[in-house]
Design a protein around this ligand. Sequence first.
Ligand SMILES: *Cc1c(COP(=O)(O)O)cnc(C)c1O
Length: 447
Amino acid sequence: MTRGIDDALSLIRAWRDQYAAYETAASNDVDDAILESAWVEYSERLRRSYPFFHPDYAGQMLKPPHPVAASGYLAAMLINSNNHALDGGPETSFMEKEVVQDLVQMFGFPLDDSLGHLTSNGTIANLEALWVSRESGSSLVLASEDAHYTHSRMAGVIGVPFRAVPVDHRGRMDLDALGRILGSNDRCTVVATAGTTGLGNVDPIADIVEMKNRYDFHLHVDAAYGGFFRTIIDDSSLLAEDTRRHLDAIAEVDSVVVDPHKHGLQPYGCGAVIFRSTSVAHLYKHDSPYTYFTSPDLHLGEISLECSRAGAAAAALWLTLKVFPLTRDGIGRILADTRSAAIEFDAAVADSDVLRMAHSPELDIVGYFGVGDSSEVDRRSHAAYTSLMDSDRPVFVSLYRLGAPRLGLDGDGQVRILRSTLMKPEHRRHVPFLVDRIERAFSSQSA
Ligand SMILES: *Cc1c(COP(=O)(O)O)cnc(C)c1O
């Protein structure tokens, strides 16, 4: 980490030294004592953060950026270019175009006929995909009951009705239900999820692609979480046959979203949307009285709903992909570890008298609960969640709510279970420790 930070600072120093010396303004100066006390308070506040970096943190989708991404980001952030237009950041805009090409290649989209750009996050990336599909004539948005809630919200924002498609017991879109809706509606947008936020399930994308022979619809894949698993798609010891087939079929869809700030080792502020045809560019058409003057080349603001965007986000991803390319031996090394952690967690729970899986994991997110009386699952999950955190050495997991029938439990209400995103490669070695602590949290509960 230190090496990278030092490199970033010396790069910036050398860059600044190329320009003429000038006198700095006193209004920018700060009082040392004030700064010092602000910094003390700031440190106290930040030290209260959850330890996202540590393998004891196995809760939500959170981890710090890789040191390579952090140092790349720091250097470019100190320059602070804006990838809205080439006027605001030529070099980081070129880097953005290059990393988007890398993502196009990872998804198997046509290399010279795809259009894409980075966004602030997955929410905005998905909004753009839904907006483009509406502009292309779609009048209903469909996503599974387990899809991210952003799809129904953003359908509201763009003024298009939304319908949730039921899922099977493993949280994957029900194809019969989808067929019935497609058969009785005009052109729809189908959002298939590659790696649900809840339990990392992959919708049957290959089968949905086939349904295009029968129905006319825009097929968008929300691979915000799962997209990078395409780097380990050839490894049948890591991914199930079905999962591989459906991730593979992303190459055939109309648009896709991925979040480099989830499994792409980046700090927050980095999503991406890609369309399989450059023909959508005209939908974004607008004029700017302020920018787009420096070059006749494409300014990224001309194909993006957002205006200002951090050039640093593109630069950090560019540097990261030089070191961890989008291959099995690059970023795939890390995903192989996180996926193995989930496989090993699943096996450990199968051997446990205390725990049961919601179902076996497709990617690296696991859902589990305490064996016992159905009516107690919800209460016991919450109690275990709290006791794991309230300990001398806290273990952080998260809660997830789903319908009781999905777990084979009595009743038709919603129950909370525990969920762990095993997204750090260190989680792999940590599985025995985590499972042991979680088992003890359940077995020590009073009846
Ligand atoms: C995280 C996530 C989103 C939302 O993306 P943000 O980057 O949090 O805005 C959308 N869909 C899926 C499947 C996600 O995992």
